[in-house]
Each structure stands twice: as structure tokens, then as C-alpha cells.
Ligand binder design. Structure first.
Ligand code: FAD
Length: 408
């Protein structure tokens, strides 16, 4: 193992792999990624892979757009498929206010050159024949987004990063991180690694990892469910894949998965997981499902998409997912810790990981912070947050699901 590098990226999920890829592509090839187990073994392997452009903050649309671009670029360079399905997506307007906000968001998409249309309920019904559109006001339609295979995308990024000269060490958990003689020293079972810069991309492990440095990152794992249905003949009969749809009234996202549906739910009373420490032997694991809190949402989904009422449930996945008090990731340098960078706290890590990594890598290689993205800066919570306050805010942000914020 190389023992002295310019950059050590810790964590081999979609975010760490994207950071390694972009650093190497921007010329910082003396970089190594250290992963405690296999690539994707945190939240990435079980994610639904939605990479849709519509987000609640138009300022951040570049992160979504940059992600699909990053994955397709890594696919082209590595030859490894990222499994992109360009289905397009619909963000339903459940209220008049949502529809008005969609109009307010449109200029940002135009600025970035992303196709973005406001569709009438009738047009939505044509795009998605299984939606009951009688109670909606329309939808925002982004026809060029869709979903990827998160594992395929991570492998493509890793392979492309290696082609650019970066290294990856699997089964190499970082046990300690200390500052010595102006460098970072990472202690691993394979030996010590000295690095000028460290990027912490360890998702919900990051808080415990950085506590010994006196940092209190306000990020915690919540439980998040996705449901996959049996195949439905009505879907099998389609000659195209359904667009993904997201709906604040149901508080869920739904996309086609083979000939069935894949549903992700933001319930009103989310549960945390492993608040007192991630089990040291945690592997590629799922958590026991808890259907009761999901039922009100599934009932609403039967109204919005009557076809769902006919679907048998094939799989319920409950996985841990990292959240911060405002639902946005922590990206950038840690104040007063020279050379220490964060790329953690992602709850839409597939949708925003690739684009966020590009921004972080540019920040690291040029020293210039991105313009207009203070909402995601790693230092925005100051010296941290009291645990009870952080948990209350996370519970609230999760429960709000797809509700749009007052300020955009
Ligand atoms: C059911 C479900 C569905 C989801 N669907 C979507 C979706 O459709 N779209 C979307 O954008 N997001 C989705 N998400 C969220 C998404 O999975 C995460 O945002 C994303 O995977 C986070 O990526 P990451 O790289 O930050 O973290 P992870 O994938 O968790 O990676 C962190 C890595 O760090 C490693 N690590 C930890 N500690 C150490 C250490 N000490 N040394 C070395 N390595 C270490 C871990 O082993 C792990 O591999 C979903 C989540 C769930 C639970």
C-alpha cells in the first residue's frame, strides 16, 4: 500500500468514488481511496438510484445535473455500465402554490440548459397513464433525467479514477486520524498513510470518526424504506418505461422497476438507527422493516396511482440513510483543520454525489469555493449542534418529505 499521498479519500460509496474520480481527472492523481469493506457497502448498494433533476433549491440544480453527467462520463471512460435509464421525471403539483413555485424555478433550468416543462394535468396523464390526475394542478417535467444503478455507477467511477492514476484500497478501515508535522496520518490495519489532504466521505460514520478531533458533526442515520412490487401486466404491456414521479401529498417517489414499481417513502414519524454508535461489525445489511408508519402513505398512493392497489408487494427494504438538520450535505473544508475536507451527510447521494464531488474537487484543486452554494458548506453549523436539537431538526426535515421550502 502507498504510504504517502497528496489526498486520502475515506469511504468508498458513490460520494467517495466520485470525489476520487474528479480529483484524479483534475490532475490530483496522487490520491488513494480507503474503504473499510467493499465499495458501496454503506447506503449506496441498496439505493433506488433515482437521479432526477428537480430539487427543492434551484441553486443546487447544478449538483443534480452534474451527477448524471459525471456517471455517464465515467461510463464512457471505463466501459463499465452505470445502468442509466432516461425515463424523465414528473414532480406533481399537489397545490396551486407548488405549481406557482415550479414556474419560479424554471429560469434556473433554462440557465443550465436542462429541459424543464410545466405540464397540465391532461399532459401528465398522457406521460404517465397510471396516475389519477384529477386532484393535481399539473407537474414539473424534466424529460432527460431518470435513474442509474448505484453499484454500477460506483464501480465505473472507481475504474475511471484508477485509469487516471488514483488508487483504491479495499478492506482498509481507517481506525484513527491525527495531525502530525503538518500532515494527516491515517492509521489502518494495513499500516499508516500520510496525506496532505483528507476527504471524509464516510456518511453516517463521519460523526464518530471526527469526534476524537473535537468536531461534532450534526449528522445521524435515519431508517428509510423502499418497496418493490411484483410485476404488473399493465406495465409489462407498455412500449416505454414510465417516468419517475414524486408527490408531496403522498410523500413518496415512484419509478418503474422492471415490470413493477419501486416506491420510496418519507413517513411522518421517521425512526433513527444506531444513535449511540454504528455497530463495528455492520456489513452490507438492511434493517427490519416497519410497515405501520408507511400505511397512510400507501393508502394515498392507491388514490394517486390506482394501479398500485393491484400490485403484490415483492420486497420491502429498510436501509440506513444519513441526514443533517437541514437535509443538505456537508461539503468543503473544515475550519481550523488544514487539509481536512468533508463530503458527508448525503441523503440524495446518488442524485447529487457526482455533481457535488466535481464542485469539491474544483474547490480543493483551485482553492476557490464555489459561488452561491453556501447552503452546503461544511462549516454552516458552526461548532456543531446539541444532539437533541439536531435530532429534532432531522426528524422534521425527513417528515416534510417533498414539501417545498418557503425560500428558494
Ligand atoms: C432505501 C433507500 C433508498 C435510497 N434511494 C436513493 C435514491 O433513489 N437516490 C438517491 O440519490 N439516494 C437514495 N438513497 C440515499 C443514498 O443511498 C445515499 O445518499 C448515498 O448512498 C450516500 O452515499 P455515500 O457515499 O455518502 O455513503 P455510503 O454509501 O454509506 O458510503 C460510505 C462508505 O464509507 C465506508 N466507511 C465508513 N467508515 C470507514 C472507515 N473508518 N474507513 C474506511 N471506510 C469507511 C463505508 O464502508 C461505506 O462504504 C437511498 C437510501 C435508502 C436507505
Amino acid at each position: 500500500m502507498k504510504t504517502d499521498v497528496q489526498v486520502a479519500v475515506i469511504g468508498g460509496g458513490i460520494v467517495g468514488a466520485s470525489v476520487l474520480y474528479w480529483l484524479a481527472k483534475m490532475g490530483w492523481t496522487d490520491s488513494v481511496l480507503l474503504e473499510r469493506r467493499e465499495l458501496t457497502s454503506g447506503s449506496t448498494w441498496h439505493a433506488a438510484g433515482n437521479t432526477t433533476y428537480f430539487g427543492p433549491y434551484p441553486k443546487m440544480t447544478a449538483l443534480f445535473a452534474g451527477s448524471i453527467r459525471t456517471y455517464l462520463q465515467a461510463e464512457a471512460e471505463s466501459g463499465q455500465s452505470v445502468g442509466f435509464h432516461q425515463t424523465g421525471s414528473l414532480r406533481l403539483a399537489a397545490t396551486e402554490r407548488e405549481l406557482a413555485l415550479f414556474h419560479a424555478y424554471a429560469p434556473r433550468y433554462a440557465q443550465l440548459g436542462i429541459p424543464f416543462h410545466i405540464r397540465s394535468p391532461e399532459a401528465v396523464a398522457e406521460l404517465h397513464p397510471f396516475l389519477d390526475t384529477t386532484a393535481i394542478y399539473g407537474a414539473a417535467h424534466t424529460p432527460t433525467d431518470g435513474h442509474v444503478d448505484p453499484t454500477g455507477a460506483t464501480n465505473a467511477l472507481a475504474q475511471a479514477a484508477r485509469q487516471h492514476g488514483a488508487l483504491i484500497e479495499r478492506h482498509c478501515p481507517v481506525k484513527a486520524l491525527v495531525r502530525e508535522a503538518g500532515k494527516w496520518v491515517l492509521d489502518t490495519p494495513k499500516g499508516k498513510v500520510t496525506a496532505g489532504h483528507v476527504v471524509v466521505a464516510t456518511s453516517f460514520w463521519a460523526r464518530e470518526m471526527l469526534e476524537p478531533l473535537g468536531l461534532r458533526l450534526p449528522l445521524y442515520p435515519t431508517q428509510h424504506h423502499e418497496i418493490i412490487t411484483q410485476a404488473l401486466p399493465q406495465i409489462a404491456a407498455l412500449d416505454r418505461e414510465l417516468p419517475a414521479m414524486r408527490d408531496s401529498w403522498v410523500s413518496c417517489n415512484v419509478r418503474q422497476e422492471r415490470d413493477g414499481l419501486l416506491i420510496g417513502i418519507y413517513e411522518k414519524a421517521p425512526e433513527f438507527w444506531a444513535l449511540d454508535g454504528i455497530p463495528p461489525d455492520f456489513k452490507e445489511e438492511l434493517l427490519p422493516p416497519n410497515m405501520d408508519p408507511l400505511m397512510p402513505h400507501l393508502e394515498r398512493l392507491m388514490t394517486r396511482m390506482p394501479l398500485f392497489a393491484q400490485a403484490g408487494i415483492k420486497v420491502v427494504n429498510n436501509g440506513p440513510m444519513c441526514l443533517t438538520p437541514d437535509g443538505l450535505p456537508l461539503i468543503g473544508p473544515v475550519p481550523d483543520r488544514e487539509g481536512l475536507w468533508l463530503a458527508a451527510g448525503f441523503n440524495v447521494g446518488i442524485g447529487t454525489g457526482g455533481g457535488s464531488a466535481e464542485i469539491l474537487a474544483r474547490w480543493m484543486t483551485t482553492g476557490q469555493p464555489p459561488q452561491g452554494l453556501s447552503a452546503i458548506h461544511a462549516d454552516r453549523f458552526g461548532k456543531g449542534m446539541d444532539r437533541a436539537a439536531a435530532l429534532a431538526a432531522i426528524r422534521d426535515v425527513y417528515a416534510r418529505g417533498y414539501e417545498l421550502p418557503d425560500a428558494i
